[in-house]
Design a protein around this ligand. Structure first.
Ligand SMILES: NC(=O)c1ccc[n+]([C@@H]2O[C@H](COP(=O)([O-])OP(=O)(O)OC[C@H]3O[C@@H](n4cnc5c(N)ncnc54)[C@H](OP(=O)(O)O)[C@@H]3O)[C@@H](O)[C@H]2O)c1
Length: 222
């Protein structure tokens, strides 16, 4: 871990946000998981702390409190993405907002269905405005793997964003969660990561696995 960060995960009571929160807490970051219900967040935090078994801890709070942390993660279903971010908009100014949203439209989740803006994360950046440094990441990482702290996640992370320093911070957080993150270009490139998730879901279904992933090759690894 490079430096201890204060991280709030909106929707951290759920699968993907909870998995990332678990791994960051295990690395010593100061993590708050948020929910629409403080009680639900506290129950989820209790369960994650049990999984941590002394290798760190985190706490549960409201989404509003999660959004007060220095780095904020948005991890709610696509249908709730924009409305949830808008509820805490005033707390996000000047901060990095890591958006993990995949624009899945059930029931056809194994079919690529990108929004008219080209990308769910780009659409969110337009809604929030330039004061929020939105970075897209983790769309291709299965929560099933993140939530098992002892599992070595065999998956790379595409990190897209218009602010290179913000991308670098998220790459460092991917590393802290046990993965290799890559500068994958501007925020608009998030369309590729979002689309890839439906490809991976199709592979999961065909090969009966819980979380196929991606690997970047051809670049020396650390
Ligand atoms: N699951 C994966 O493997 C995976 C992988 C990559 C990316 N993602 C992306 O990560 C995001 C979260 O996925 P997930 O699987 O973690 O979802 P999830 O567990 O179903 O939901 C996450 C949290 O979102 C909140 N939520 C649900 N409906 C909401 C609504 N209408 N308004 C506001 N908040 C609501 C809930 O928190 P409270 O009820 O506590 O408020 C819930 O705990 C999605 O955008 C998904 O595409 C998921």
């Amino acid at each position: 871990m490079s430096e201890k960060l204060s991280i709030g995960v909106i929707g951290g009571s759920g699968q993907e946000g909870g998995g990332l929160a678990l791994r960051w807490a295990a690395k010593g970051h100061d993590v708050v998981i948020g929910s629409r219900s403080r009680d639900k967040a506290e129950v989820a935090a209790h369960s994650i702390n049990a999984a941590l078994a002394g290798r760190g801890s985190l706490r549960g709070a409201t989404n509003h409190e999660a959004a007060q942390q220095n780095i904020v993660v948005l991890a709610v279903p696509y249908a709730a993405q924009v409305a949830t971010a808008e509820e805490v908009h005033e707390l996000l100014a000047g901060k990095i907002l890591i958006d993990v949203t995949v624009p899945l439209l059930p029931p056809k989740v194994s079919r690529v269905q990108l929004p008219a803006e080209g990308s769910a994360v780009v659409a969110l950046q337009r809604k929030l405005g330039e004061s929020v440094k939105v970075v897209s990441a983790f769309q291709n990482v299965s929560a099933a793997h993140l939530r098992d702290l002892d599992y070595v996640v065999d998956c790379d992370v595409l990190v897209c964003g218009d602010d290179a320093a913000a991308r670098e911070t998220v790459i460092s957080l991917a590393h802290d969660a046990g993965m290799r993150g890559w500068h994958a270009g501007v925020l608009a490139n998030s369309a590729a990561a979002e689309a890839l998730t439906s490809v991976l879901i199709a592979i999961n279904q065909r090969y009966k696995v819980p979380g196929a992933g991606i690997r970047i090759t051809g670049v020396p690894r650390d």
